[in-house]
Design a protein around this ligand. Structure first.
Ligand code: MLT
Length: 268
């Protein structure tokens, strides 16, 4: 399905009914990375997954894509779907967007799952790497970014035992445009430090991390757990950075359990 938000087309799926759960994908993937979670959640919840601007089937608008802009797109989608409050499930860049969403629209957040992400902004070196990757995407195409992401985004256990996950990840990256990839990368380079926000988060939060996540390792997840009052941390054994795709069985189990612990409250 598609809707016009903030002057661009946002492509999304919307299924089930009940408490709305919005799935926010990682860089540079698309909403289909959540297929197994949406199936596991079933019809007991209203599951919404969107392609962030520049990804999947949403418009590749000129960048950089600030995290606030992506959060505003999600708020616009909620308005278009008459949703007042939702659970946000964000992985990595999806987590960065979730922090901005909470900063700007705290009353629209019922609960959050922050998976394989970090609150801090980039170091100067990390920012430099992003600028290089953005240039590389434009120069050498999306396939070169898939090559770069493969060894860092997927854990060694998955690379050894579940090559289908790697193929799926590559397929999503290669289907994106170099312009969209570069614009998201530049947006992440400029993102704010959300460490100070953690103490103000006042909703149920589950932090998730793959035990083999080398991009946003356990220490980052522990900072989130320690900074957000009442939050809990789940480590998924044998998963790397893309924990939901790498160990969907375990990710789904904890997701369904977490959702079950939330009182629906007012959602629309
Ligand atoms: C992601 O998985 O969204 C990205 O690797 C995040 C990042 O580059 O910081």
């Amino acid at each position: 399905m598609q809707v016009e938000i903030n002057g661009i087309t946002i492509d999304y799926t919307d299924q089930g009914s009940g408490l709305p759960v919005i799935f926010i994908h990682a860089f540079p993937l698309n909403k289909s990375m959540w297929d197994e979670q949406i199936e596991a959640v079933g019809d007991s919840y209203r599951s919404i997954a969107l392609d962030l601007r520049g990804h999947g089937h949403s418009t590749v608008a000129p960048g950089p894509y600030a995290m606030e802009q992506m959060a505003s797109d999600i708020r616009g989608l909620m308005s278009a779907l008459s949703i007042e409050k939702a659970v946000l499930v964000g992985l990595s860049m999806g987590g960065y967007v979730s922090f901005e969403f909470y900063r700007n629209y705290p009353d629209a957040v019922r609960a959050m799952v922050l998976a394989d992400t970090r609150a801090g902004s980039d170091t100067a070196d990390a920012r430099e790497r992003r600028l290089r990757m953005a240039e590389k995407a434009e120069r050498e195409g999306a396939g070169s970014i898939a090559d770069e992401m493969e060894p860092i985004a997927v854990g060694p256990t998955t690379r050894r035992e579940r090559p289908g996950v790697v193929r799926r990840m590559r397929g999503m990256i290669e289907a994106n445009t170099p312009q969209g990839i570069a614009a998201a990368q530049l947006g992440m380079a400029e993102r704010r430090d959300s460490s100070e926000l953690l103490a103000h988060i006042d909703c149920p939060v589950m932090v998730v991390v793959g035990s083999e996540d080398g991009l946003t390792p356990l220490a980052e997840a522990e900072k989130l757990r320690d900074g957000i009052m009442g939050s809990r941390l789940e480590e998924i054994e044998g998963a790397g950075h893309l924990s939901n795709m790498e160990r969907p069985d375990r990710f789904n189990e904890i997701l369904v359990e977490f959702l079950g612990s939330i009182e629906p409250g007012s959602t629309a």
